[in-house]
Design a protein around this ligand. Structure first.
Ligand SMILES: [Fe+2]
Ligand SMILES: [Fe+2]
Length: 413
């Protein structure tokens, strides 16, 4: 058994023993000692392990632990507000005991009861927050501009999208190099984004800000995945379907790894030849996805159809008209919204309101009316929950096959 799994089992046993026995009971002490021992073994390999609990799934660092799929203790922790655990340095036995006590206090608190903040030890835990940059108060602002730092209590474990962005950049590099999509990592990114969506125990929509034009595809893929999952949740889809749609959002522009970067970053209008190359990305993306896993038909359909309008316009052109997959209509709306609200080489970012109005005007022609309505009302309802996140990348030299000029150039309002 791997050390992280062994630690989680010991952690769960310590919680179970703490629920059964009085604080002084030797069985409780033994279970806590065992958890401490397992943590020590884990930290010998990984000095700062980090776990996220998402429903019944566990993400260790950024890997989904398949062995613990459907693990009831994950759901119990998440429900008690313990969505993330970070071990910052070597923990002592007393710190492990305090940690188990603090988690127990949350798990068995009567509904609505106040629990004391967790002690500041080597083991931090809490609900998932969003930390856009490593820094000071005031860095976290809502779309309306008001600071939310006060809302993030010191007990909140901050969450960055840096690892997700690095993983997506790496993923695009792998696809470009090998032609195969690293699906485990893609799935882990989607789960991690889904955790970020529930920051602070409620729906938040963290959207990455573009830091350089050649990073567009990374930023855009993450944002589309987040928007699609937020929309899917508000439409009442079950978590498994929400994540499947989130993966489709993450992979929708995968075919751009085959488009020359100078086309993707070109500031002016594309020549007919350049446009033809760009417009191959839906078919290329679908092919790359299906070649990697034939079961990903939904994600492949979305990659293929995300530029097709509901009246048959857009691209790729179809010889016979047929309806797009429902998931494609969902991704299409989120795709265009994110493209419009982002700075491009050929125009400045639009405000969210302007982008929504544009999409609403094209409802029934380009966009599915029901999806448009659901998206616009969700975005307006959660206007104050949209958080701009500045990526803090550690891969400064990486380039990604980035940039999209393929959103139909909007008619200026
Ligand atoms: Fe695209
Ligand atoms: Fe896109």
């Amino acid at each position: 058994m791997s050390p992280e799994i062994a630690f989680l089992h010991a952690f769960a046993q310590a919680l179970a023993a703490s629920a059964l026995y009085s604080p002084a009971h030797p069985a409780r002490r033994r279970a806590i000692d065992a958890a401490f021992e397992r943590l020590r073994i884990l930290q010998a390999e990984d000095a700062q392990p980090c776990f996220s609990f998402l429903g019944r799934d566990v993400i260790y660092n950024r890997i989904l632990l398949r062995e613990l799929r459907d693990w009831e203790w994950s759901a119990k922790c998440a429900a008690a507000g313990v969505q993330r655990i970070e071990v910052l340095r070597d923990a002592t036995g007393d710190e492990v005991a305090a940690f188990i006590d603090d988690v127990m206090a949350r798990m068995f608190a009567p509904p609505g009861a106040e629990t004391p903040p967790p002690r500041q030890t080597a083991i931090r835990f809490g609900v998932v927050g969003v930390q856009p940059t490593g820094g000071d108060a005031g860095f976290l602002t809502t779309a309306g501009g008001s600071s939310m730092i006060g809302d993030l209590l010191s007990s909140t474990i901050h969450f960055t999208l840096t690892e997700e962005a690095d993983t997506v950049r790496w993923m695009h590099g792998e696809v470009s190099r090998t032609g195969a999509v690293p699906l485990v990592e893609a799935e882990a990114v989607v789960r991690s984004l889904s955790v970020a969506l529930h920051a602070d125990g409620r729906l938040m929509i963290p959207l990455l800000r573009l830091k350089a034009f050649d990073q567009y595809t990374t930023t855009h893929s993450i944002n589309v995945s987040i928007l699609v999952m937020a929309l899917a949740e508000s439409l009442g889809h079950v978590p498994r379907d929400v994540r499947a749609l989130g993966t489709a959002g993450l992979l929708h522009d995968l075919g751009k790894v085959r488009v020359p970067p100078d086309i993707l970053t070109k500031p002016g209008a594309l020549s007919p030849e350049e446009r033809e190359l760009l417009e191959r990305h839906p078919a290329d993306g679908a092919r790359l996805i299906l070649n990697s896993d034939r079961a990903l038909t939904l994600q492949a359909a979305v990659a293929h159809e995300h530029h097709v309008w509901i009246d048959g316009g857009g691209y790729p052109r179809r010889r016979f008209s047929r309806d797009c997959h429902y998931a494609s209509t969902v991704v299409h709306v989120c795709d265009v919204f994110d493209a419009l609200r982002t700075d491009r080489p050929y125009r400045e970012a639009w405000t969210s309101d302007r982008a929504l109005e544009y999409i609403e005007r094209r409802s029934g022609k380009e966009f599915d009316p029901e999806v448009t309505e659901a998206f616009a009302s969700m975005m307006r309802r959660h206007e104050r929950d949209v958080v701009g996140v500045d990526e803090r990348s550690t891969l400064g030299t990486s380039t990604d096959a980035a940039h999209e000029a393929n959103t139909p150039e909007p008619v200026p309002a």
